[in-house]
Design a protein around this ligand. Structure first.
Ligand SMILES: Cc1cc2nc3c(=O)[nH]c(=O)nc-3n(C[C@H](O)[C@H](O)[C@H](O)COP(=O)(O)OP(=O)(O)OC[C@H]3O[C@@H](n4cnc5c(N)ncnc54)[C@H](O)[C@@H]3O)c2cc1C
Length: 293
């Protein structure tokens, strides 16, 4: 087991965690940043980020992630690409444990974002295991991102963003939504409708996920029709990724352990908000450290 120690540890290298790491580093504090996947977080899935100040023409999520990565790495932020499995408290230290590392810290920033809500239907987990059902585009294998028939389940910004993203790559897209009302930005609805090639099926609900012999996915819908696709992308909402917080004593929250970004922002999940909170939180911790010295 690797043993590490730091004043400040951060879990999650999305916009919130990265902004915090950059600000701490600028103040001469060397945080350790834990990331289970890639620098960029959920933003890597965005088709086009158009509301980030200073980037007038917009930027794709992947490009935005690359820029974040360059900036974080150029500041030589100490990053451990491992999943934090648990947080415990030992005397006056906070202890993070991954499969290979234990890390002791005085302050902890938890910026673990959100997780996708599951459909909750039979066959869903099996389809995920077979790589025929995904919750985020970045996990779709390279071999499937073109020339596929794709069902996108959901009616929110994310569902429409995914549809526009995959429609650019010679795929056949069907959006399935359970009500008459779509919850996405009118701008995204307009773009999808304007494209003309994306089919909208509503109000329709997926009842069960079945498998065909030709390695296709059969979605059984609530009108008892079957939609056959290569894979499905589920975007029916997200919830806080807060599993790690369950054992942290209440008195440490906001004095030693800070939660920021999509993890705590309910409907207000945006890059600038998450990054702003990262900055704010880092500045508070810098003040606490300076006052203790
Ligand atoms: C399709 C789509 C389009 C979007 N478009 C826009 C847009 O145009 N403009 C905008 O402002 N926002 C957009 N967003 C929202 C934006 O992506 C989020 O608000 C932002 O990424 C939140 O940042 P965060 O750092 O709080 O969380 P996240 O970006 O979710 O980062 C959390 C990170 O924590 C890591 N993590 C989680 N658990 C652990 C663990 N146990 N150990 C180690 N690492 C862990 C994850 O791997 C992840 O990298 C979009 C989102 C989606 C899905």
């Amino acid at each position: 087991m690797n043993k590490r120690q730091t004043k400040v540890a951060i879990i999650g290298a999305g916009p919130a965690g990265c902004a915090a790491a950059i600000q701490l580093k600028r103040a001469g504090i060397d945080p350790i940043l834990f990331e289970k996947n890639k620098i960029g977080g959920l933003a890597l899935n965005a088709n086009l980020i158009e509301n980030y100040l200073g980037i007038e023409q917009g930027i794709s999520g992947l490009e935005f992630g690359e820029k974040m990565e360059e900036q974080v790495l150029s500041l030589v932020v100490d990053i451990i690409f491992e999943k934090v499995e648990k947080i415990t408290i030992e005397q006056d230290k906070i202890v993070l444990t991954t499969k290979e590392t234990t890390c002791l810290c005085d302050f902890l920033i938890v910026a673990t974002g959100s997780i996708s809500k599951p459909l909750g239907v039979k066959g869903e987990s099996e389809a995920e295991k077979r790589e025929q059902l995904f919750y985020e585009p970045i996990f779709v294998p390279e071999t499937k991102i073109t020339n596929s028939k794709i069902a996108i389940i959901g009616g929110s910004d994310a569902a429409f963003d995914y549809a526009l993203n995959f429609a650019q790559r010679e795929n056949e897209i069907i959006i399935i939504h359970r009500t008459e009302k779509f919850k996405c930005l009118p701008l995204l609805y307009y773009r999808v409708s304007n494209l003309g090639s994306i089919e909208l099926q509503y109000p329709k609900k997926v009842k069960e996920v079945l498998f065909s012999e030709e390695n296709k996915l059969n979605l059984l819908l609530d009108d008892d029709s079957i939609l056959t696709v290569d894979f499905a992308l589920v975007a029916i909402g997200r919830e806080p990724n807060n599993m790690l917080l369950k054992d942290i004593p209440e008195e440490l929250m906001e004095s030693k352990v800070f939660t920021i970004g999509d993890l705590v922002n309910d409907r207000y999940r945006q890059i600038s908000i998450a990054a702003g909170e990262g900055l704010h939180c880092a500045m508070k911790i810098i003040e606490l450290i300076e006052n203790n010295e």
